[in-house]
Design a protein around this ligand. Structure first.
Ligand code: IZC
Ligand code: ZN
Length: 419
């Protein structure tokens, strides 16, 4: 059988082909790899993985000599707010004066500012903008991601956002998991009636389910936003409606959202900067993935980062994400997040690679199709302009992408998207 593409002389071929679908605790410190590896595919499906020596007799339309470069699965970004109108650079001065994130929100800025822009934008405008950001995420090596709604905060606009994600999933080869985040903030018109607002949002569950618009429901459990009690009620209804759940937990104030996520058996608990020591320990005996977003701590200019070490040492599983959004983490650069994880979360390079592949896939229920390279899976493959896997978390601030293959097709080269 003749292959379409064969990559040879991959200095390190990170297959990430662990025996388990998620890696926890000490297991996070191992990365399955083949030295001097080769990988080939036909019709977008991987048909060969082995050493360059074993690939000697294969024939392929295209043979690419990777000259010792690192090759990995396409990365998985399990937390993005992909679809939104406008941007928030007008809040820079407030930020620099030290006005806290939650205070800007309270004054009607922050998420509310993005809600106004999103409500005012047409479907086409939002689609084009999201598509632009999607291509940029891809140019950094991400081939699978999660996308949240949450900038509508009314029925019509929330559905508009979810329909855009569905269209993007249909029109591109990227694997996209969709999350309904109608409970992202209390809109001004419901300022004194948060429970009524949540009831309205829960009123959308059935339609979202029937139309296949989202697999997950998420809530921003935070001081001045939604309480533990409200989060529990809302997510319990979501589970009853057949959704898997996630929580924006303990991002700024320690409310106990992390414990709640674990108690509810959430797919993931995200942020965890202010998670309690008890919550950190609980990950050891939980299936809930801790999705850490160090770009947010960095961009909110905070000193303390989530306790990645504590969670891993307790036996938990950690994933990393960009949290791409216009307020607290305006970046598509997952590679910078990997640098931050090395520096600020004190994660080992092995833990970091597991966190952006297998564990990230698990956090968005894509573990059967993303995060590892095996024969029979889709060829979502990244060639890195790097000699080994330690190099990417080490050399910061640039895009190390040599090539991104999506479904077997080269879609980014030299760090740029190929139109
Ligand atoms: O737009 O500020 N934390 N939601 C919760 C965000 C950050 C996104 C934003
Ligand atoms: Zn978020």
């Amino acid at each position: 059988m003749q292959l379409d593409t064969l990559l040879i002389n991959c200095g390190e071929l990170l297959t990430m082909d662990h025996e388990t679908t998620v890696v926890k605790g000490e297991q996070m410190n191992t990365v399955p790899l083949i030295k001097d590896g080769a990988i080939g595919w036909k019709d977008g499906i991987i048909t060969f993985i082995g050493t360059s020596e074993q690939a000697k007799d294969l024939t392929s339309k295209k043979v690419i000599d990777c000259q010792g470069m690192l090759v990995t699965p396409g990365l998985v970004d399990p937390h993005t707010h992909l679809v939104f109108g406008g941007s928030r650079e007008h809040e820079i001065a407030l930020k620099q004066q030290g006005v806290p994130y939650l205070e800007i929100l309270k004054q009607g800025g922050g998420i509310h500012s993005t809600v106004r822009a999103t409500r005012n934008a047409s479907f086409e405008e939002l689609y084009e903008k999201a598509h632009f950001h999607l291509k940029r995420l891809l140019s950094y090596g991400i081939t699978t991601l999660e996308a949240k709604s949450g900038y509508g905060l009314d029925k019509e606009t929330e559905l508009k956002q979810l329909h855009i994600v569905k269209e993007l999933a249909k029109n591109t080869d990227m694997n996209i998991a969709s999350t309904f985040l109608g409970a992202h903030a209390i809109p001004n018109e419901f300022k004194d009636y948060p429970n009524d607002f949540l009831q309205d949002m829960a009123g959308l569950f059935q339609e979202i389910k029937e139309q296949g618009l989202a697999e997950f429901v998420d809530i921003f459990c935070e001081e001045g936003v939604f309480t533990i009690e409200q989060s529990k009620t809302f997510l319990t209804l979501a589970k009853e409606a057949g959704f898997a759940v996630k929580i924006h937990a303990d991002e700024i104030v320690s409310l106990g959202g992390t414990e709640l996520a674990i108690e509810l058996g959430a797919a993931s608990a995200d942020h965890l900067i202010a998670a309690s020591d008890k919550a950190v320990e609980m990950f050891g005996s939980s299936e809930t993935v801790a999705v850490l977003l160090p770009g947010t701590t960095f961009y909110l200019n905070k000193d303390s980062y989530a306790q990645a070490r504590g969670i891993i040492d307790a036996g938990g599983s950690v994933a990393l994400a960009t949290d791409f959004n216009p307020g607290s983490s305006p970046t598509e650069n997952i590679q910078f997040i990997m640098n931050l994880a090395m520096l600020k979360l004190k994660m080992t390079c092995e833990e970091i690679w597991n966190a952006v592949t297998v564990n990230a896939a698990k956090a968005i229920h894509k573990e059967d199709i993303a995060g590892k390279l095996t024969v029979g899976r889709r060829a979502d493959v990244v060639v890195w302009n790097a000699p080994n896997y330690h190099y990417v978390p080490y050399h910061y601030g640039v895009n190390h992408i040599q090539s991104v293959y999506l479904n077997g097709r080269e879609v980014a080269k030299g760090g740029a998207y190929l139109d």
